[in-house]
Design a protein around this ligand. Structure first.
Ligand code: HEC
Length: 418
């Protein structure tokens, strides 16, 4: 019992530290974010590519949110196991705060406006919609219409960046004042100082790890690409998997499960006191069900193609676009021997030559692809966006490096000096 209470104090301290840090990093991020359909992605991409404080803060905010979901769950679980959920007010406040955290994850998910954000939110609101009665009204209110549209993002942003954090801070203040045995203020100063030290160590570690674990960002949202398969955050996988079993009766997931589950959680302090055996069975049963559903979801997803991040996806796209638009003249590998060159006797430069890359400015390359060049190089400014043109140049250049490298290696293996 003593150990449980000690662990609970640790989880509580972690929650407090994580929540405060999320609020702080969120405020900092808000300074560089534009909550509009056209610019949200670009502002997030800018952080990612500039790689400075923006990238660091975003990675931090992203990973801390997962950490808070875990720590909050641990706190509630330990409270229940230690039979402290009978401190009703603290239990209800804590539970509600946890739901606010989940709502923050739900709304924050859309903000990067990449493919996963868009399609994931379409799927989630679709689930909300299947809840009989209020479902459609709630989904429409969140979206600002029957479909995801330009007013959805500002709504989510307002919830994520002002309303929900405000509610969270109020709940936190009430929780800190409530009569819980775990006194966060005391914990912060002395009683559980080791836990605070632990939280700081975890923090320092995540600060160091952040550059190596950037927050994900995929291609920008494309509302016409209905083949895209979105993935939920790992801690929502169980719900996603559960949905597969109740496909014919979606209200089981969207109404019955939340009402029954949350109803039970809120009612726990009112129920007759039960022994430790009952508490362990209930908590263990839930953890087992969660793990089994999550494990199954991961297992069934193993055959899906891996998710590509922005840079990789742009390169794959550039390769496809090269085959579609450029191959005819520039040839398979860019050496300038495509079928059209022979047919029309075109003079196409060999882009695999390193010389061309050393002597040509990027701006010239961009202009050539965008506006065309000479008599025979067509303009692609209408077919390719500036980002796609840059990705294409990157693609061509790596191709050329690869070529030069493999030629050098061939020469070496032939014993020629290079
Ligand atoms: C109809 C044939 C044709 C097609 C299609 C074509 N090109 Fe070209 N490209 C040329 C020719 C010809 C030149 C040489 C132009 C010159 O220097 O006068 C050229 C030159 C270039 C250059 C070199 C520009 C420089 O500064 O030297 C680049 C880069 C290039 N093309 C990229 C592309 C890309 C990327 C695509 C596909 C999106 C593409 N080209 C499609 C014919 C073509």
């Amino acid at each position: 019992m003593k150990l449980l209470l000690l662990l609970r104090a640790a989880a509580g301290t972690l929650c407090l530290v994580f929540l405060l840090l999320l609020l702080a990093s969120g405020w900092a991020l808000a300074a560089g974010y534009v909550p509009s359909e056209d610019e949200a992605f670009a502002s997030v991409l800018y952080w990612r590519q500039a790689g400075g404080l923006g990238a660091l803060l975003r990675g931090f905010h992203f990973h801390l949110s997962s950490a808070l979901v875990v720590a909050g769950f641990a706190y509630l679980l330990l409270t229940f196991l230690a039979d402290r959920h009978h401190e009703r007010k603290a239990w209800w406040l804590g539970l509600t705060l946890y739901l606010i955290v989940i709502a923050l994850c739900f709304t924050g998910f859309l903000l990067p406006m990449d493919q996963n954000a868009h399609w994931g939110t379409v799927v989630r609101l679709g689930i909300v919609e299947t809840s009989p009665g209020i479902g459609p009204t709630v989904a429409d209110a969140l979206r600002g219409g029957p479909l995801l549209n330009a007013s959805t993002l500002p709504r989510f942003y307002t919830l994520h960046a002002s309303i929900l954090p405000l509610v969270a801070v109020l709940l936190l203040a009430l929780l800190l004042r409530s009569g819980t045995r775990w006194r966060p203020r005391a914990a912060l100063y002395s009683a559980t100082a080791p836990w605070l030290a632990l939280a700081l160590v975890a923090l320092a570690a995540s600060y160091l790890a952040a550059p190596h674990w950037p927050a994900p960002l995929e291609l920008p949202a494309d509302p016409t690409d209905s083949e895209y398969i979105p993935r939920p955050e790992w801690y929502f996988l169980w719900l996603f998997q559960f949905g597969k079993y109740v496909e014919s009766a979606p209200w089981v997931r969207s109404l019955l499960l939340p009402v029954a589950g949350l109803g039970l959680l809120y009612a726990l302090p009112l129920l007759r006191r039960r022994g430790a055996g009952f508490r362990i069975a209930l908590a263990g049963g839930w953890c087992l069900a969660w793990s089994a559903l999550t494990g199954l979801a991961v297992w069934q997803d193993r055959e899906l193609p891996p998710t590509l991040m922005y840079e990789q996806a742009m390169r794959v796209q550039a390769g496809e676009q090269y085959q579609e638009h450029c191959y005819d003249c520039h040839g398979e590998d860019g050496s300038g021997d495509g079928p059209q060159t022979r047919a029309f006797d075109l003079d196409v430069p060999d882009l695999t030559q390193e010389k061309i890359w050393l002597e040509t400015q990027v701006e010239e390359m961009r202009a050539a692809i965008r506006d065309g060049k000479g008599e025979d190089m067509p303009a692609f400014g209408r077919k390719l966006s500036p980002e796609q043109i840059d990705a294409m140049i990157d693609y061509l250049e790596t191709q050329s490096r690869f070529e030069t490298q493999s030629r050098t290696e061939q020469n070496r293996s032939k014993g020629n000096p290079t």
